[in-house]
Design a protein around this ligand. Structure first.
Ligand SMILES: O=C(O)c1cccc(C(=O)CC[C@H]2O[C@@H](n3cnc4c(=O)[nH]cnc43)[C@H](O)[C@@H]2O)c1
Length: 266
């Protein structure tokens, strides 16, 4: 199986590589730290040594911050792989993100479901939360304007397997182009999408590129900060990167235990 993991920045990529290389038993553990760097036009893929009897190749790409950068990098890697005759079986958007807190979810259908700093969320749905138009009566998503899509759904069986392996919650992960900076905006996002547990800036870009290539998609977010009023002192980026490495090890184990045939149609 061949998996493309797309992060925004190098620190996230390195955490994913560290986790993916450390999982399970096999050649990667016999040669820890062996990471190949593969050049693509405009990008570099990092590939920890494949391990196990049925090789699982995990390529990790730091494509930049925001949905457009994520889509460009993902599309480039997916196209290069397809043209080389070894297409990817799965694309994963992975990184740190904001977690919705009790304040934001107080008005939600399932109040109390929150994503604390240091926890991990695996996406039930990858949602473009601000793709649409402001109107006198409020925000209208592009789908209601007659365009495109605002949501991609990962295979449910894969979501369950990865969340269980990672000790993560399952929930909707919102993609925003502007980091939320107020309690009011956080509450509005959860009111519009009651299943939301986390927000970040790349998932929908990865998902759009994956959909164009007919490749299943997943998003994994390790929570570095609460979504809401800006408070840089509350960020725990180091803790979130450690959680991301742990989730990447779990991803690798889950994929070894559940090959694509078991989840690709779920
Ligand atoms: O300046 C701020 O107040 C601020 C607050 C949170 C995050 C940022 C970033 O610029 C990080 C962007 C980067 O990290 C992901 N990320 C992490 N936390 C969040 C968040 O709460 N909302 C959206 N994105 C977040 C994101 O995917 C980017 O890759 C600045």
């Amino acid at each position: 199986m061949r998996v493309l993991v797309v992060t925004a920045v190098a620190a996230e990529r390195d955490a994913v590589v560290r986790g993916a290389a450390a999982a399970g038993t096999g050649p990667a553990e016999e040669a820890p730290g062996r990471v190949a760097e593969l050049a693509l036009p405009g990008y570099v893929l990092h590939r920890p040594a494949p391990a196990g009897p049925q090789p699982l190749v995990i390529d990790v790409l730091a494509a930049g911050v925001g949905p457009a950068a994520a889509a460009a990098g993902t599309a480039t890697a997916l196209a290069a792989a397809a043209l080389s005759g070894s297409p990817y079986d799965l694309a994963v958007s992975a990184g740190i993100g904001g977690g919705f807190t009790a304040t934001a979810t107080a008005t939600a259908a399932a109040p109390g479901r929150t994503a604390p700093v240091g926890s991990v969320v695996v996406s039930d749905a990858i949602v473009a939360a601000d793709l649409g138009a402001e109107t006198p009566t409020g925000f209208v998503p592009v789908t209601e304007l007659g365009f495109g899509t605002v949501e991609h759904r990962p295979p449910a069986a894969l979501v369950r397997a990865v969340a269980e392996a990672a000790g993560a919650q399952r929930g909707d992960v919102l993609t925003v182009s502007t980091v939320t900076g107020s309690a009011e905006r956080a509450a509005a996002l959860v009111a519009a999408r009651p299943g939301a547990l986390a927000e970040a800036m790349e998932g929908f870009g990865v998902a759009e590129a994956a959909a164009a290539h007919g490749v299943p998609v997943l998003e994994i977010r390790a929570v570095s900060n609460p979504v809401g009023p800006r408070d840089r002192a509350a960020w725990r980026i180091g803790d979130a990167l450690e959680a991301l490495a742990g989730a990447s090890a779990a991803l690798r184990e889950a994929l070894r235990a559940a090959p694509a045939e078991t989840w690709s149609s779920s």
